[in-house]
Design a protein around this ligand. Structure first.
Ligand code: ZN
Length: 345
């Protein structure tokens, strides 16, 4: 899922996302709540209509951004008190408030409010945090059940899907317990949160494996906030259905491009007179038309087009990686294409 933080995948318009084959976009509750405000978006018919995007949308709970962006004031059983990173005003996110905001935004998939356990965390702290996430999951679900008809596009037959989130820090048994108790609550899908927070990759992998052993295969399983192209191929091969990451879009804006030959820093002087396509094996329209020399020139000159073109290419590369993975899975080939993709970094 490309990240459309504030209702926009930075630097590219929605019709280009459609051309790239994006089926779903993630938007951040924290950002949209602060600006322009969820009530404004509700009044305009919800986020799909507001941003003119008919395909699927997912909103996060806002918790992760509160922990990472705002000036955090206090976490209590009730919720999280924080100051906006925009203007310093005080706000309170609770499970009920997060779901209320996400219902107003009206994404197809919404997330239970969780606490992203910091890393590293002592075992006792990871357990405490996991227990609170479980209590918050129940409160999120209760609020959702009694208010889901308030979604801007409400109808008899359709409602949003609420996903629960597995936490447990870097402790395999806590991950397992968190997954088991979250599944008992019966959500429409399950996410694995609190990963890719600075831990070694082998540990990320272990936490995913332990969680997947418990999470039902017939419901969507989503690892939040990963990863590099080889990681997403690897996790998909392990049984993960959904992932999101700012990496392809953020890296693109910094001139870092993912290609079939590995990572490429387009601002490098060695591309100044390079007339080759960015990635000769890529099927995107940027690689079909522009040279490395031109892309480098745009980037070092600070032209806005650089961000747009780089983002188109990186998103294509990510979405194409997933297309190959899907194809390999359909063919029952878990070795050929998948291991080929795993060699990419
Ligand atoms: Zn390309």
């Amino acid at each position: 899922m490309p990240c459309g933080t504030a209702g926009s995948v930075k630097a590219i318009p929605q019709d280009v996302l459609e051309e790239l084959g994006a089926q779903i976009v993630l938007a951040n509750t924290y950002h949209l709540y602060l600006r322009p405000g969820h009530e404004l978006i509700r009044g305009l018919g919800g986020l799909h209509k507001f941003m003119s995007w008919e395909r699927a949308l997912l909103t996060d709970s806002g918790g992760f951004q509160v922990f990472s962006l705002s000036e955090l004031r206090k976490v209590t059983e009730e919720g999280v008190n924080f100051r906006s990173h925009l203007d310093g005003t005080s706000h309170l996110f609770t499970p009920e408030r997060s779901i209320e905001i996400q219902i107003a935004l009206g994404a197809d998939i919404i997330m239970a409010f969780d606490e992203c356990t910091e890393h590293p965390a002592e075992r006792s702290r990871a357990r405490e945090s996991m227990e609170m996430t479980l209590r918050w999951a129940k409160r999120s679900q209760d609020y959702f059940q009694s208010h889901k008809h308030e979604v801007p596009w409400a109808s008899e037959s359709q409602t949003q899907m609420l996903f629960g989130i597995v936490q447990g820090g870097m402790y395999a048994d806590l991950r397992r317990e968190s997954a088991e108790r979250t599944v008992e609550m019966d959500f429409a899908g399950y996410a694995i949160g609190g990963l890719s927070v600075g831990e070694p990759r082998a540990q990320t992998e272990e936490m995913i494996v332990r969680s997947l052993e418990v999470l039902p295969k017939d419901k969507p399983r989503y690892v939040m906030g990963v990863g590099y192209p080889d990681e997403i191929a690897q996790y998909a091969a392990m049984g993960v259905d959904m992932m999101d990451c700012v990496l392809p879009t953020r890296a693109a804006r910094h001139g870092l491009l993912f290609t079939s030959q590995g990572r490429m820093n387009i601002k490098n002087l060695r591309f100044a007179q390079d007339q080759n396509a960015l990635d000769p094996k890529c099927g995107c329209k940027v690689c079909a038309r522009y040279s490395r020399a031109y892309l480098r020139h745009l980037f070092v000159s600070g032209e806005p087009l650089a961000a747009a073109l780089n983002t188109v290419h990186n998103l294509w590369f990510y979405l194409d990686t997933m297309r190959s993975v899907r194809h390999a899975i359909e063919l029952g080939d878990h070795t050929g294409t998948l291991s080929g993709k795993l060699s990419l970094t």
